[in-house]
Design a protein around this ligand. Structure first.
Ligand SMILES: O=C(COP(=O)(O)O)N(O)CCCCOP(=O)(O)O
Ligand SMILES: [Ca+2]
Ligand code: NA
Ligand SMILES: [Zn+2]
Length: 311
């Protein structure tokens, strides 16, 4: 059934496992994620960025929010596993309001590029409105490397655990995304793929909240190689290894944001189908194989994070 992100994450927090938060922009990815959740008997968080709302609404954010929310709700209500819908990286109050009106059960306000005081002020505003509507709030402290918040930060700014304690107390957010060394996209690390485990443990201890890991895609070699076999150029792609993610979950990460892995799987499936079926021009066929690859990568992630069987 369509569920509240907060209920899904409270259970994961209490029982110590990770739940994938999978990004969507369209029908195919929603179908693929719901199918994977059913096959794994796993909860799933579906999330849409502001860019996804624009894409689904063909430029109209509010229309996109309603279109995506309607699809997710209908697919979720037709199955026995809990599926929620979350606004990822909300920056603009208008977009956050559109998501709340459309029935998203949680929203992220990302003001992590602002000084702490301002992040607190902005986040507190959103919490007030969202909580009045029964919607949970995620916020971020610290900054991921790379392009994030449209701010190109050369270095990641890691979360300060003591600031985190103050932040959650003063804002009453429901979940916190501490920056611990990851970054968005397929090219996460120049050298060794490592994140600051100690920092995760400290933030968990001080906040006692479900924690969110952004930039958590693994960029699995098998999918990269398959996409490259059919013409993609993903040289240098590197993600977060499974064992690193599993340690992060052990230390208190419960929501694991995954977008890039789904993009690469879809790309591999699409390129493969088109290369192998030059006569095919039915999108239900070529998008069909692409979305089946997304289902597979989502299932792998549910197994790896420990959410399989936890519905
Ligand atoms: O933390 C993550 C996922 O990170 P990943 O890249 O490791 O999958 N996310 O928050 C997903 C980021 C979505 C990308 O935003 P646009 O729609 O604006 O392109
Ligand atoms: Ca941010
Ligand atoms: Na998010
Ligand atoms: Zn993110």
């Amino acid at each position: 059934p369509y569920a509240k992100t907060k209920d899904i994450l409270s259970k994961a927090h209490n029982e110590g496992y990770g739940v994938g938060a999978f990004n969507v922009n369209d029908l195919e990815f929603i179908q693929a994620i719901v199918k994977a959740a059913v096959m794994e008997n796993s909860p799933a968080i579906i999330e849409a960025s502001e860019g996804a709302l624009k894409y689904a609404g063909d430029g109209d954010v509010e229309k996109g929010a309603f279109i995506l929310a309607d699809m997710v709700r209908r697919y979720a209500d037709a199955v026995s596993v809990p599926i929620s819908l979350h606004l990822d990286h909300g920056h603009d109050l208008k977009h956050i309001m559109a998501a709340i009106k459309a029935g998203f059960t949680s929203v992220m306000i990302d003001a992590s590029d602002k000084p702490l005081e301002e992040n607190i002020r902005i986040t507190r505003q959103i919490v007030e409105v969202a909580h009045a509507a029964g919607v949970a709030v995620e916020a971020e402290l610290g900054r991921l490397m790379g392009i994030e918040d449209n701010v190109a930060s050369a270095e990641s700014v890691l979360v300060d655990p003591d600031e985190a304690k103050r932040f959650v107390t003063e804002t009453q957010v429901d979940f916190l995304a501490p920056a611990v060394g990851t970054s968005h996209g397929a090219f996460k690390f120049k050298g060794e793929a490592k994140i600051d485990y100690e920092r995760i443990s400290k933030v968990k201890e001080l906040t006692q909240l479900p924690l969110v890991l952004h930039g958590a895609s693994g960029v699995p070699a098998q999918w990269v190689e398959l996409a490259e076999k059919y013409g993609a150029d993903l040289s240098g792609a590197k993600g977060v290894p499974d064992e690193v993610l599993q340690e992060a979950v052990k230390r208190g990460i419960n929501k694991v944001n995954t977008d890039t892995d789904l993009r690469i799987a879809f790309l591999a499936g699409l390129r493969k189908h088109l290369a192998e079926n030059p006569k095919e021009f039915d999108p239900r066929k070529y998008f069909g194989e692409a979305k089946d690859f997304v289902t597979e990568v989502v299932r792998d992630r549910m197994k790896m994070l420990g959410s399989s069987g936890k519905a």
